[in-house]
Write a new protein. Structure first.
Length: 243
């Protein structure tokens, strides 16, 4: 069963599906349906595709929902996601980050996703917080994030060691413009990998040949910068690199 923790609390299942606010006719994707706790509820809301990596679970799901759900046996990290309105998932804790950032490459409007609580907290963290970091800034580039409710480990079988958190993500454009996304990724990684260092020292490590004298924010630390300020720094670095 690929180490999955199956949701067994029907009240939690209903809260998750209700939070997705699915309208008639919207296309819905469920990732990792497992035994179908969410699938059962989602299947009545319109056009549902569910992708399940475990071969035997996929076989059971195809039998159970053959009338009204398209069950894909496949790996979300390799499958090309079609245009979707809503994504709903209880994501595997060990690969939450790769799945999330792969999803950002595709078209969708909103998602209601369950994560390990610590991951969810970092995902929604704001500048000035000790847990604000690379995940917070990169996710902010694509979505607004909002924690909805906590889920006890007793809601699963087998029980995980930690509690979970349901988060709603809504797609939107960032409040800044980037000259180069790859440079932005490098800057974000650099300043949060060495978060206790001043930004000047972080940038020197990643871009050793740049003259940093005229750049903003050099004597600050990453955790207090807004994403828009990090974008401004990234654009400055990209332009310097062009010279």
């Amino acid at each position: 069963m690929l180490g999955q923790n199956f949701l067994i609390d029907s009240n939690i299942s209903k809260r998750i599906v209700d939070s997705a606010e699915i309208s008639e006719g919207e296309k819905v994707l469920e990732i990792g349906p497992g035994r179908g706790a969410l699938t059962e509820l989602l299947s009545s809301n319109g056009n549902l595709i569910a992708i399940e990596k475990d071969k035997w679970l996929a076989v059971v799901l195809k039998q159970k929902f053959k009338e009204n759900v398209e069950i894909i046996e496949g790996d979300i990290l390799k499958w090309d996601v079609p245009p979707i309105d809503v994504i709903v998932a209880n994501l595997p804790y060990s690969i939450s980050s790769p799945i999330l950032f792969r999803l950002f490459s595709y078209e969708w409007t909103r998602a209601v996703l369950m994560f390990q609580e610590e991951f969810a907290n970092r995902l929604v963290a704001k500048p000035g917080s000790k847990i604000y970091g690379r995940l917070s800034v990169m996710a902010n580039h694509f979505v607004d994030t909002k924690k909805l409710f906590k889920v006890s480990k007793t809601a699963f079988q087998p029980q995980p060691k930690i509690h979970s958190q349901v988060v709603k993500l809504v797609r939107r454009e960032p409040d800044y413009t980037l000259d180069d996304f790859e440079t932005f990724e490098k800057v974000v990684k650099s300043i949060f990998t060495h978060r206790r260092k001043k930004i000047r020292n972080c940038i020197k490590l990643t871009f050793p040949n740049l003259d940093l004298d005229n750049l903003n924010y050099m004597d600050l630390r990453a955790e207090i910068l807004m994403p828009s300020e990090i974008a401004e720094l990234s654009n400055s670095i990209f332009r310097l690199n062009l010279k």
